[in-house]
Design a protein around this ligand. Structure first.
Ligand SMILES: Cc1cc2nc3c(=O)[nH]c(=O)nc-3n(C[C@H](O)[C@H](O)[C@H](O)COP(=O)(O)OP(=O)(O)OC[C@H]3O[C@@H](n4cnc5c(N)ncnc54)[C@H](O)[C@@H]3O)c2cc1C
Length: 597
């Protein structure tokens, strides 16, 4: 039996982007938010470091400096009209969060306190600037709680633990979504005037990742399967400081407060790579530098990791705290409580007395569902889909270009979540319901039934770990043609084997076996697009670094990738090749220059 619902606006995802959009739209129309997790468990809640805005509370700062850093950090693949919106509207968005009740840290004068973060500079690159607003190292948690409370206050209707399997886009018009109620296994059809996707990242395609288990990208894959493009999927950011082997993130905030990276000889090796910004150079570069140190035999004990050192005596010896101040253990414990706790709990080290083993971890999807500056989803380089919106990490505005700066995702969520939510609400006031095609849920139902009944010999967990390994090894920080071809053919092989899986649980209630199988299907599609997009871009830019094409090539590649499935258009994992188009990058104020720090 299928349950039917009708809401003017349906939002998929209850992270920062989904909740911000819901809040804006709820002022104009009726809104349902569907989330496969309880809203406040969304990944936004784990963001430790902070949220950027050039408030200038601690030292001089300007939106133009911030825009410049964002464009340069993104290795000039950023659309500069979008970056200008981000830089200007970030200030308003922060004050709006403050007025909603978000408990930001304060200066003694009562202003919002700010700290330094990688790639954020004063005067167009002269030195680090304090731009990140924060609530200790629990900024994302506070954003999520604040937005959720405000959504409740504005009567947003929540469908928690509903798993969206299909997004209904028919003849170029969005009409709703199909979801499984996880507790019962029953299908729900949501008919809507407009849909906004805010399903977050999909870092679970990599073996070592900071991303939560839930970040598997079904709604993104659903659009791709329905024939819509995905933009710049070759750009996946590796964060330099994941806990060794586990990938759990140790936020850049640790370095913002003075922490330094040391190689196996105890040397501050970044002096040789990024003499101006050192430990606060952008993430794509730091991840590469760490690998290079390890490759040169200077990892710790000859192994594939280096140290993050936040011992007060180390910070004081290097004078690496903001302004060269002297720091104490008590001060660090107050500013970085969760990070220090994670080092103790997960790594079993005492960071006030010893350095912590770290290695790069797959962290953030710069690419995703292409949108315009109001969150409207693009059907091609110049066309939009009526009634379809996206915001947050699943979307590509593109404000992060080839590499995102730290603290710029949370700003992206609130600035473009807000714009998308407003545009969605206004659209719903003007538009009528487009009719649903007959038996709109039938395809999703068919795909799920097939999975539930599958009795083949392949195991979901095995296929998933093979996928994660090959993506990590061949489409990670360093890439080259032969490896990417291997990865692509491995992913296609895994897609074949995916048709032969067998599930143990055939029940309806809480069938996580079934949902994990569905998630793997999405990851396989998205990994294929990532590898194929990386292979066709014959240059190095931002997080996409190729040994065989080590230079950035603005003559041929100052453009975005749009990847499409080559044939068909149903809800199941795709078959066949990936087809490409390109879209020019919007350059307004800053002409591309070499990126040095
Ligand atoms: C450990 C960590 C620390 C970070 N720290 C920072 C930081 O300090 N500053 C910063 O700017 N950025 C940070 N980031 C990045 C940033 O937190 C994320 O990019 C951002 O929070 C994503 O928000 P979102 O709203 O797009 O999605 P998320 O918060 O990931 O939420 C996704 C939502 O979609 C729902 N969903 C997904 N699939 C489905 C489906 N099939 N059906 C129904 N619902 C679905 C989920 O239930 C969830 O509610 C960090 C990321 C990580 C992983």
């Amino acid at each position: 039996m299928t349950h039917h619902h009708q809401f003017d606006a349906v939002i998929v995802g209850a992270g920062g982007a989904g909740l911000m959009a819901a809040l804006q739209a709820a002022r104009l129309t009726n809104v349902a938010v569907i989330s496969k997790m309880y809203p406040t468990r969304s990944h936004t809640g784990t963001a430790q470091g902070g949220i950027a805005a050039p408030l200038g509370n601690m030292e001089e700062d300007h939106w133009e400096w911030y825009m410049y850093d964002t464009v340069k950090g993104g290795d000039y693949l950023v659309d500069q009209d979008a970056a200008e919106i981000l830089a200007r509207e970030s200030v308003e968005a922060i004050y709006e969060l403050e007025h909603m009740g978000l408990p930001f840290d304060r200066t003694q004068e009562g202003r919002i306190e700010q700290r330094r973060f990688g790639g954020h500079t004063r005067e167009y690159g002269k030195g680090p600037v304090m731009r990140s607003c924060k609530s200790a190292d629990r900024t994302g948690h506070m954003i999520l709680q604040t937005l959720y409370q405000n959504c409740i206050k504005h009567n947003v209707r929540f469908f928690d633990e509903f798993f969206v399997a299909d997004v209904l886009v028919h003849e170029g018009v969005a009409r709703g979504v199909v979801a499984v109620e996880i507790a019962t296994g029953e299908l729900h059809l949501f008919h809507a005037k407009a849909v906004l996707l805010a399903s977050g990242g999909f870092g679970r395609m990599f073996a070592v990742t900071s991303n939560a288990h839930s970040l598997t990208g079904e709604p993104v894959a659903a659009l791709y399967r329905r024939g819509l493009p995905l933009e710049d999927m070759e750009f996946f950011q590796f964060h330099p400081t994941g806990i060794y082997k586990m990938g759990i993130l140790l936020s850049e905030a640790a370095r913002g407060e003075g922490g330094v990276l040391l190689n196996g000889r105890g040397e501050r090796f970044l002096e040789n790579y990024a003499p101006t910004l050192m430990d606060l150079a952008p993430r794509d570069m730091l991840s590469r530098f760490i690998y290079q140190e390890v490759a040169a035999g200077r990892g710790v004990d000859g192994k594939d990791y280096v140290h993050l050192d936040i011992r007060p005596e180390t910070i004081n010896r290097y004078g690496s705290a903001p302004g060269g101040r002297t720091v104490t253990a008590a001060e660090l414990e107050e500013k970085l409580p969760d990070i220090i706790e994670m080092m103790r709990v997960y790594m079993g080290v005492e960071p006030m007395r010893e350095p912590v083993p770290i290695q790069p971890t797959a962290h953030y999807a710069m690419g995703g569902i292409p949108t315009d500056n109001d969150g409207r989803v693009l059907a091609g380089p110049t066309r939009t889909v009526s009634g379809l919106y996206a915001a947050g990490e699943c979307a590509c505005v593109s404000v992060h270009g080839a590499n995102r700066l730290g603290t710029n995702s949370l700003v992206d969520l609130v600035v473009f979540g807000r714009r998308g939510g407003k545009a969605l609400g206004e659209f719903c006031r003007r538009a009528d319901y487009a009719p649903l095609p007959p038996r709109a849920e039938a395809e999703a139902q068919g795909a799920l039934d097939e999975l539930r009944a599958s009795r083949g010999g392949e195991r979901v967990a095995t296929l998933r770990s093979e996928l994660q390994r090959v993506m990590m090894d061949k489409v990670g920080v360093f890439r080259k043609a032969a490896g990417m071809r291997e990865a692509l053919s491995a992913v296609r092989g895994l897609k074949e084997r995916y048709t032969q899986i067998g599930l143990d649980d055939r029940g309806a209630a809480f069938n996580t076996d079934l949902l994990e199988a569905f998630e793997l299907g999405a990851l396989l599609d998205l990994a294929e697009v990532t590898a194929a997009s990386a292979l066709q871009r014959t240059e190095s830019r931002g997080a996409h670094y190729r040994d065989d094409f080590p230079e950035r090539d603005d003559t041929h590649w100052l453009k975005h990738t749009f990847a499409y499935r080559s044939e068909g258009g149903d809800v199941r994992p795709t078959r066949g090749e990936v087809r490409f188009e390109t879209k020019p990058v919007v350059v307004t104020r800053f002409e591309p220059k070499p990126r040095t720090y």
